[in-house]
Design a protein around this ligand. Sequence first.
Ligand code: BG6
Length: 513
Amino acid sequence: MENFIAANPLREGLSTQQAPEPCALVIFGATGDLTHRKLVPALYNLAHEGQLPQSFAIVGFARRPKTHDQFRAELRDAVAQFSRFQPINPAVWDALAQAIFYHQSEFADAKGYKTLDEFLRKLDTERGTAGNRLFYLATSPTEFIGIIEQLGVNGLARMDRAHGSPPRIIVEKPFGRSLPTAQELNHKLANVFRERQVFRIDHYLGKETVQNIVALRFGNEIFEPIWNQKYIDHVQITVAESLGVEDRGGYYDKSGALRDMVQNHLMQLLTLVAMEPPTVLEGESIHDEKVKVLRALRPIAPDHAQQFTVRGQYARGSMAGKPVPGYREEKNVAPDSRTETFVALKLFIDNWRWAGVPFYLRHGKRLPKGVAEIAIQFKAPPAVLFAAESPVPLQPNVLVLRIQPDEGIAIRMNAKVPGNTVNLQPVKMDFRYGGSFGARSPEAYERLLHDVILGDSTLFTRRDEVERSWQIIDAIIDGWNASPAPFPYESGTWGPAEADEFIQRDGREWRRL
Ligand code: BG6
């Protein structure tokens, strides 16, 4: 493993940071899908890389009765299936397994929190976790407020614990489902924790390629001078998924594409592309710049929703040659559901840098492939010099940041076709992470868990960011409530035809992915 770390500069951020302090991580909702698929495999990966504190403990808090050993055995299976390091390394697993414990309780039962407190104190003595606690809310969101209150009244959130640093709380998405519900959750959190103890997860911020947006923009001199309305025609942010709702119909039908993906992930991508350079590369400074973008984002008033947005819902179709059901036929989805599984938006940022530049956001499920990218499309060059000789109009330059898969950056430019005429054609310059750095990047949750352990909130969202984003989303949803149902689109296609017409009306095209 040492070789891998040394050979991969992507690891440097992790491997050169200060040694993490001892701590105990309590996961509420420890028997759920997130814990199995993401959290514990990420913790195992960190252990594999030697990135966990020397003294560490994981305490699973959940309702079902279970012994420590049963819990460990379940997690071992999960790690064997979902870790990026295969096969499982028995020495790494055994060491981690000794740090894993199970605590059974109802989420609303005060007694369960008292006994948790006692158990954590015992771990402080026996495993050296030093009074440092991290609480991870990985339950259904309906439990969040109850757990926060119980942590408060039972003294688990106290700042004055002997020796330990202030406890931290990690809140999974969805963070509310509207501005009022997000505000309520923030308010409850603020009753018990200070803002610097709160870590709101948006797992897109843990992705290497997303962090690289800031590196590309501000670590290179050539982009920033042209990163504005003088040179940029428009920006397209696409997050396409080939999967349907799978077994999450119950949640998704009350949420929809706009709340599930745009309010958080796509908005975060937009802020990173659009923000001004922060004074320092630290949490508060970056959050301040992101919030400025969100404040400058022109809300789509309800009666403009039709003009600035398109909604779609997948119908039957076929994926990789296999027939798939329509959204309304999915488990736990209402047969007459009006929930959108596709959304396209046109947004404007009313500030000096971005005045008049449309940001087109597009996200959908059951699209032909799973791919996420940001395309910065520059203005076309003046058609004077090459126009006469060129059989087709010159293509504008495009800078594409490929978030996933096939992570990388490409630039489209025009080059002369060899020969005796001045014929120009678009060519592509392509950088691939895999090719240049030779190794797979860490999973988003590895980076995020590691940062929580270190107490670094840069890659988490701040209260005002989340609330402003919901304000924009709520206005769109108000508009939708008064407009016709989403347009159906066949599964395996790029969304409803109306989405194409939407961008064509502006004389532009969606990028072909
Ligand atoms: C989650 C959404 O936040 O992100 C899911 O709830 C979605 O619906 C997922 O599938 C996509 O994440 P990724 O990392 O696979 O792009």
